[in-house]
Design a protein around this ligand. Structure first.
Ligand code: PXP
Length: 238
């Protein structure tokens, strides 16, 4: 069964709108777990626009599934990861002005720098996943620098329709096959919602989906537990 990692960043977005204490992403993470989430994902951004250092520390102590810390490949984030020790780090590209992560890492052009960070995270016994586009060059590059897993960027699939979306889906399927053949684990995420997730959930090589915005948006209206349960039922493989 495909695992569901629930990203609780946008609970923190609401909290930061008033710089107060609620809603607390830690409480949301606990409810998500009770509803069947297989992991909790947070992106600690350099500008701390949503998740704060305190959230990561308390989540580490509180959650019972696994913690996936999304972060840029910087010295500051490396220090935090080695201190907090999440089960998994997902390295992502980060630009200050972007609304959300815009594209995958360029493993081909920044391989050496990423390889060093992967080595140091491995010394801390942390599994490393690289967020990349479904591009064979990036997948081979990720394997070359010893990534344990990749997370396939599903944004272009999620944002397209018709034949273009079919082509994007095909590329994701091929990318998942290639990564798995090379011995890497395969996650996928970005832009997945209740309407577009089913086809991705059926891809046999994809073991985990990381989903945030759509689950939190639905949770605002129907509650965290219903939102997580509904998503879990959609990613069940036939
Ligand atoms: N995966 C990665 C690497 C991301 O950066 C994000 C957004 O933080 C997600 C998954 C979740 O995307 P969404 O919020 O669109 O579900």
């Amino acid at each position: 069964m495909t695992r569901l990692g629930v990203n609780v960043d946008h609970i923190a977005t609401v909290r930061q709108a008033r710089l107060g204490a609620e809603p607390d992403p830690v409480a949301a993470a606990i409810l998500a777990e009770l509803a069947g989430a297989d992991g909790i994902v947070v992106h600690l951004r350099e500008d701390r626009r949503h998740i704060q250092d305190r959230d990561v520390r308390i989540l580490r102590e509180t959650i019972r599934t696994q913690l996936d810390l999304e972060m840029a490949a910087t010295e500051e984030m490396l220090r935090i990861a080695l201190d907090v020790k999440p089960e998994m780090v997902t390295l992502v590209p980060e630009r200050r002005q972007e609304l959300t992560t815009e594209g995958g890492l360029n493993v081909v052009s920044s391989g050496e720098e990423l390889e060093n960070i992967i080595g140091l995270l491995h010394e801390g016994e942390i599994i490393v996943s690289l967020f990349i586009d479904p591009d064979p060059r990036q997948i081979k590059g990720a394997h070359k620098i010893s990534a344990d897993r990749i997370e396939i960027h599903t944004g272009p699939y999620a944002n397209s329709r018709g034949t273009v979306q079919k082509n994007e889906l095909h590329q994701i399927m091929e990318a998942a096959k290639l990564a798995s053949k090379l011995g890497m684990g395969v996650n996928a995420g970005h832009g997945l919602d209740y309407m577009n997730v089913a086809a991705i959930g059926q891809i046999p090589e994809i073991e985990e989906l990381n989903i945030g915005h759509s689950i939190i948006s639905r949770a605002v209206l129907v509650g965290m537990e219903s939102a997580v349960r509904e998503m879990k039922s959609l990613i069940k493989r036939n």
